[in-house]
Design a binder for this molecule. Structure first.
Ligand code: FMN
Length: 456
């Protein structure tokens, strides 16, 4: 039960790396900070949501420091960077991963997931939340870059082993999630809060903190087979799922509007704690939903097995209330769910049952890469990225349309499948609720107890 001594953190100033400044300021804007008005005590609001507010991921930044390729590990809570490796080791690892550090002050931001942080609260389901949470963060980095007028590109399909070794990821129970290429641009002042340490000498660092609990959790994850698509070198801007947009109001605002307005949408988004049950305008819901077709530059195929279904259940235009398959635009004949049914389908999260609309993201089970998977199947990381980034777009779209929104991971798949008339073999990966917000109470999802997963 005794603690080992703290490792030394020798300072590493001065650092001549414009790419690092750029990456830190983008992380501040795209992931770490928020200006939303929150009455949440000690809780530090961020630019992205996370199941249970645990944020089970971290980052590494690879840049040219004084012309030399250098890898930094980022501690986002303490706002510190540790220089981990320099020179040929970095170049070799990047070459083997089919990645490169951009020249002239750009950066490669690597997102690493730490599944334990979510799994210690949510068990195996925490692994799905880890992927969704990382999808929100990585997707939002692209949106934050776009808001600055820069086109970032996200890579998910590359060999991970050598990069994982360089960043000491696997040995510390982290997985390499993705790599975001950020072209050079102004960094602002946000990076001045950060300090940099040198940790290139492993001997000096001392032992890394490790718990047998995390190791056991990691071993359970490592036992799951990983299926990857073949590496792809090209990132192409495309929507992450197909959405027919003809239901959207012709006179209303489409999508997220001009990218110069995105930083404001990002900085002020938040998750609703409850919904009042008052109906909202159908046009506002369609405006929020239209954000889903925003193209993002990734190396994933343009065609995905992921579909979105919208259950529009209580709007001020009742004749438009219905279940819509967004891939085809089809309006389905299903009866709309009552408030009681929504509560039950959201694991008795009663405060949220007054939602006016529910967005379900789902795939045929055979579209999850594995032994008998269908053509075009994607692994859980890729599907989780699509869902998380689409979730982020919906948050921003809802913010723009002045609607309340919250993601929910606690939902009853068979019940939603029935309520929304989804195919029998479809798996729902993610659900998000929209409605008239009531932010007077507490966010149950942030409590230590996993209420939304039936922990009692
Ligand atoms: C994958 C995921 C699952 C979530 N599940 C729930 C949920 O079941 N119930 C809920 O009230 N909030 C849920 N949330 C919202 C989080 O509680 C919320 O993001 C977190 O408390 C931080 O608050 P903020 O988003 O307002 O910054 C979820 C968020 C994500 C990203």
């Amino acid at each position: 039960m005794a603690l080992p001594a703290a490792a030394p953190e020798p300072a590493a100033e001065p650092v001549v790396a414009p790419g690092l400044r750029l990456a830190l300021s983008l992380l501040e804007e795209g992931v770490l900070t928020s200006r939303a008005n929150r009455s949440c005590g000690s809780y530090v609001a961020r630019a992205v949501p996370s199941a249970g507010a645990v944020y089970p991921y971290e980052f590494a930044v690879l840049v040219l420091e004084d012309g030399v390729p250098t890898a930094f590990r980022i501690d986002t809570d303490r706002r510190t960077c540790a220089r981990l490796a320099v020179g040929a080791r970095v170049t070799t690892a990047l070459d083997a991963s089919l990645l490169a550090v951009p020249e002239n002050g750009g950066a490669l931001v690597v997102t690493l997931t730490r599944p334990w942080l979510s799994m210690r609260k949510y068990g195996d389901r925490g692994y799905l939340y880890t992927q969704l949470d990382a999808g929100h963060a990585a997707g939002n980095l692209l949106l934050a870059a776009a808001g600055r007028g820069a086109t970032g590109a996200l890579r998910l399909r590359f060999p991970r082993e050598s990069l994982s070794e360089l960043l000491e990821a696997g040995e510390n129970c982290r997985e390499i999630h993705s790599a975001t290429l950020v072209p050079a641009g102004p960094a602002g002042e946000a990076w001045t809060r950060w300090t940099v340490h040198d940790q290139t000498d492993r001997e000096l660092r001392g032992a890394t903190w490790r718990s047998w609990l995390e190791t056991t959790c990691w071993d359970s994850v490592a036992a799951w087979p990983e299926h990857s698509g073949s590496p792809s070198l090209h990132s192409v801007p495309a929507p992450l799922t197909r959405i027919r947009t003809d239901r959207q109001p012709s006179d209303g605002q489409h999508g997220l509007g001009d990218p110069s307005g995105w930083p404001e949408l990002i900085a002020t988004r938040s998750s609703s704690k409850a919904f009042t049950g008052e109906p909202v305008a159908a046009d506002a819901v369609w405006q929020a939903v239209s954000a889903l077709s925003t193209p993002l530059a990734t190396d994933l195929p343009e065609v995905s097995p992921l579909s979105a279904t919208l259950v529009l259940r209580s709007t001020t235009d009742p004749e438009r209330d219905a279940v819509y398959r967004l891939r085809t635009g089809e309006r389905r004949p299903e009866r709309l769910p009552s408030t009681d049914e929504v509560a039950r389908a959201c694991m008795q999260q009663r405060a949220l049952a007054g939602a006016s609309a529910v967005l379900l993201l789902h795939v045929p089970r055979t579209s999850l890469a594995g032994a008998d998977s269908a053509a075009g199947a994607e692994n859980l990381r890729e599907l989780g990225f699509r869902c998380g980034a689409l979730g982020q777009l919906l948050y921003l779209g809802a913010n723009g349309a002045k609607l309340g929104v919250t993601a929910i991971g606690g939902f009853d798949t068979p019940l939603w499948r029935t309520l929304a008339g989804l195919p029998e073999d479809d798996e729902i990966l993610y659900a998000l609720l929209l409605g008239c917000p009531d932010d007077s109470g507490i966010k149950f999802d942030r409590l230590a107890m996993a209420h939304a997963q039936n922990e009692r």
